[in-house]
Design a protein around this ligand. Structure first.
Ligand SMILES: *Cc1c(COP(=O)(O)O)cnc(C)c1O
Length: 424
């Protein structure tokens, strides 16, 4: 049995405890949704205000040089690279995850068309985040290819000589299940298949080593565990082996080798810079840099390994407390228990009332979210993300206590908790 005092003691011993002060979390809120929109870094308002009032307001167009605006995508990209096992100059922070996926998938299709034109299939997971599947579907239509969707246990058997690209999200948004990136990439390469990884739920959440895994392409999200703010620029990485082989299709001037020569023809920049398209959002990039800095602040305290250790301790505690204290209320666990098989979130299932229970919890200051089931393999889920930068062990205790009360009082049955909002 775990008691509340144990959780308080774990917080006292937590070597990452001080990182909590990098954020302004509203009083009375236990924020378990950093996997969807990270908390605002305390440094962000002043930094954004400075970009607006001094850099934009006073320095105006000189800021492109004077305040380093032009190099911001590379500067922030280099910082993200440290979190995902990429080298300096290999990542740019730019555009959205969906747009970046369009770019890398197109480039991967071009490589496949050149090296193995008989391969006409992209394989992905049926429960991948839908925008990834939509982008792949659209590109397949354009390129005369097909998208094959499989369950996770079917991936290995699906890697055949017809397949050009395996496109996976490292940590599943719905279940929190995590792939072994190195093993899956090696299995794909053994069959001559390129591996494209989406790190939306990985960057800043779990250790990632793209180079060691020999991945081919990767994209990821700025506003989840990187705390970059709503709609923050995403990021893109291309293995240097491929970076100069093909154009990406959105060949805008920011990807040109010499944009300020204003030549009528396109000459792609070398390396990852060609994965930029047009003028980038400086205010958003400044906010994203504040967010990435919050994760990099852990480097002096053990880095991603220390964050991962705490994340696993938090999620283990949450699972144990839910099972001890909320037993008999029909909750199931959709997230794998094995440490190597999951990211930094825990998803609970319930046949009835999952949405309303989440709403009742939100009213009590415990912010998680809900994802609808598919009527088959996937049940409705209550989803809880644990960001070790700002979540403590006592928070986990308190969140489970609120969940227990919501279930015991059946408070979730109230009509106000059963009205669906546009964003769940
Ligand atoms: C969050 C998420 C996205 C978001 O894409 P946007 O272009 O930022 O809307 C894409 N893919 C995955 C796997 C995600 O988890």
């Amino acid at each position: 049995m775990t008691i509340q005092q144990d959780c308080l003691a774990l917080d006292v011993q937590d070597p990452l405890r001080q990182l909590h002060d990098l954020f302004n979390i509203p009083a009375g809120t236990i924020y378990l949704d950093g996997n969807s929109l990270g908390v605002m870094p305390a440094a962000a308002p002043a930094r954004v205000a400075d970009v607006v009032t001094r850099e934009w307001g006073t320095d105006l167009i000189q800021s492109w040089n004077k305040n380093g605006w032009f190099a911001m995508p590379q500067k922030v990209g280099d910082k993200i690279a440290r979190l995902i096992g990429a080298g300096p100059g290999e990542v740019v922070a730019t555009d959205s995850t969906s747009v970046n996926l369009f770019k890398v998938l197109s480039a991967a299709m071009n490589i496949a068309a050149a090296d193995a034109p008989q391969r006409k299939r992209i394989v992905s997971e049926r429960s991948n985040f839908p925008t990834d599947l939509y982008i792949a579907e659209a590109l397949c239509r354009q390129h005369g290819m097909e998208l094959a969707l499989v369950e996770p246990e079917e991936i290995a058997a699906s890697l055949s000589a017809e397949v050009a690209i395996l496109m996976l999200t490292h940590v599943n948004y719905r279940t929190g299940a995590m792939h072994d990136m190195a093993a899956v990439t090696a299995a794909a390469h053994a069959e001559g298949i390129l591996a494209v990884w989406d790190l939306a739920h990985s960057a800043g959440a779990v250790p990632v080593d793209l180079k060691q895994a020999r991945a081919d392409f990767a994209v990821g999200c700025g506003y989840k565990y990187l705390n970059g703010g709503p709609g923050a620029p995403a990021f893109v990485w291309v293995n240097p082996l491929h970076a100069n082989r093909f154009w990406q299709p959105l060949a805008g001037w920011w990807g040109h080798a010499t944009p300020f020569e204003f030549t009528p023809d396109y000459k792609p920049a070398l390396g990852i810079t060609r994965y930029q398209c047009g003028t980038q959002p400086m205010i958003s990039l400044a906010a994203l840099e504040c967010g990435v800095d919050t994760v990099l602040a852990a480097e002096a305290l053990g880095g991603m390994a220390a964050l991962r250790a705490k994340s696993l301790a938090l999620t283990d505690l949450f699972i144990a407390l839910v099972e001890e204290r909320c037993a008999g209320h029909g909750l199931g666990l959709a997230t794998p228990r094995g440490h190597s098989q999951r990211g930094s979130q825990v998803c609970l299932t319930r046949d009835e009332g999952a949405y309303a229970i989440v709403q009742a919890l939100i009213a009590r200051g415990v912010i998680g979210d809900y994802r609808a089931g598919d009527g088959g393999r996937h049940k409705d889920i209550l989803r809880f993300g644990f960001t070790p930068l700002y979540i403590g062990f006592a928070d986990v205790w308190n969140a489970v206590e609120q969940l227990k009360q919501v279930l015991e009082t059946a408070e979730w049955k109230r009509p106000e908790f059963n009205r669906k909002h546009a964003v769940t």
